[in-house]
Design a protein around this ligand. Structure first.
Ligand code: CNA
Length: 238
């Protein structure tokens, strides 16, 4: 075990107020591509750039194209939690971890057993009518083809936050408070470029800010510990 991982292990052992803030890189070792890595979704060729397709205006203007991409690329079937998801759930059970705050929409933290999960960008595991709010079984949207319609005639949509849409304010405040009060803040698998989520780490006031990310981020200089390795490989040693 290298020195940095040993330091992180010690901080984790000593703390009962850890908060984890993560992104797509937490799930790449479960076989789900992230957005910004070289083999991520943004590097693949589509008729429109992915960031355009998963925007509110695109969803309104071209729902059929939106759903083609959504079902093909964002609805993940058969992925299993990896060691990073499992460790976080274990720390929660041990009373060490206060919450997982995630930008992911894949539901893998809950699948691993985590209960205190804030999903800043929503989830592909819930759907509702964009017009009347009626909830539907997730298969209504995630399976089949074409535009899923509600009895009221509205379009049924996934409960994910699209680009141009605001975050749930209650969830955001909960996340801010957890981070502000945290002893150890571990930030993992996120490029820290999508706001307002990425700005959350500014609320941390402690001296144990840990970044575990494969590539460098603009915030590396602010961290007390920076580990550029795969998060699953790091967490398997903790
Ligand atoms: P991103 O911008 O794609 O960044 C991912 C980061 O993770 C990159 O900096 C990579 O270097 C790093 N990374 C990749 N694999 C690993 C690994 N094994 N260990 C450590 N680091 C790794 O993704 P962000 O989450 O920062 O961007 C926010 C978007 C991406 C959110 O809105 C998500 O909803 C969205 N997204 C979610 C999923 C998912 O739910 N699994 C998948 C793809 C994109």
């Amino acid at each position: 075990m290298n020195e940095k991982i040993a330091q992180l292990k010690q901080w984790i052992e000593e703390s009962d107020n850890i908060v984890f803030f993560g992104g797509a890189g937490v799930s790449t070792e479960s076989g789900i591509p992230d957005f910004r890595s070289v083999d991520g979704l943004y590097s693949q060729k589509y008729k429109y750039p992915p960031e355009r397709i998963i925007s509110h205006s695109f969803f309104e203007e071209q729902p059929e194209e939106f759903y083609r991409f959504y079902r093909d690329k964002l609805v993940i079937r058969d992925a299993k939690p990896n060691i990073a998801h499992l460790k976080l759930a274990e720390w929660e059970r041990q009373g060490k971890l206060k919450a997982v705050i995630t930008q992911n929409i894949d539901g893998l933290h809950q699948a691993a057993g985590s209960e205190k999960v804030i999903e800043l960008h929503g989830t592909t595991h819930r759907v509702y009518c964009a017009r009347c709010g009626q909830k539907y079984p997730v298969e209504t949207v995630n399976e089949g083809s074409g535009i899923p319609r509600c009895k009221c005639g509205g379009v049924i949509r996934p409960d994910v936050v699209l680009y141009e849409e605001g975050l749930n304010q209650d969830e955001l405040y909960r996340a801010v408070n957890l981070i502000r009060d945290a002893d150890v803040l571990i930030v993992g698998g996120t490029s820290l470029v999508v706001y307002p989520a990425a700005g959350l780490i500014n609320y941390y006031r402690g001296h144990k800010l840990v970044l575990v990310n494969l590539s460098a981020t603009d915030r590396d200089g602010d961290a007390d510990l920076v580990i550029h390795e795969k998060i699953g490989q790091v967490f398997s040693q903790l």
